[in-house]
Design a protein around this ligand. Sequence first.
Ligand SMILES: Cc1cc2nc3c(=O)[nH]c(=O)nc-3n(C[C@H](O)[C@H](O)[C@H](O)COP(=O)(O)O)c2cc1C
Length: 194
Amino acid sequence: MKVLLVNGSPRSEGNTRKLLEQVRRSIENDGIETELLQVGGTAIRGCLGCYRCVELKNCQCSTKNDNFNAIFQKMLEADGIVLGSPTYFADITPELKALIDRAGFVSRVNGNLFRHKAGAAVISLRRGGGIHAFDSVNHLFQICGMFTVGSTYWNLGFGGKEGSEVENDREGMENMRDLGQSMAFLLRKLNSTS
Ligand SMILES: Cc1cc2nc3c(=O)[nH]c(=O)nc-3n(C[C@H](O)[C@H](O)[C@H](O)COP(=O)(O)O)c2cc1C
């Protein structure tokens, strides 16, 4: 079993990363493999709306001049997917949105390839709009027939400056620890043979 965590923040060592690392530690403590990928700040492009993926149905996006297809392959191989983003004007970053649009489309037109995977959204914010960003990520999971993982609150962590500010949000950090445990719990149930 494996969980893929994606950091949608251009600040690769910022608050979102700290939240994702906390989720990751919990999952790994349960003996489940993880991988954390950086998407924020990369040159990932938005969907061009060319519908070539619908014609070809080859489990790929026809835009090949970025690393989308490599990331998509990792998403397909993962049992659980955690998508993290800072809140940007009450929504997610454009890089994570680009990944969601393209991954959602390619997975759906090839027979709903994300069906029955587990998904969790993780959002950092300074002050407001985090729930809207949280919802943006969950729209992907819901339309793809995935199981969403909850925790003690909605999966938000408060912090402004880059660095360890979000680690002072004790409730947020505890939420992430619990989220990792619940993700591991769900994956074990989904993979049990009984
Ligand atoms: C362009 C931009 C827009 C932002 N918009 C919001 C916002 O709508 N609400 C909010 O609470 N914080 C907002 N922030 C602050 C970030 O969400 C917050 O600092 C977050 O913890 C950054 O995470 P990171 O360190 O992983 O990048 C914004 C920051 C930037 C750069």
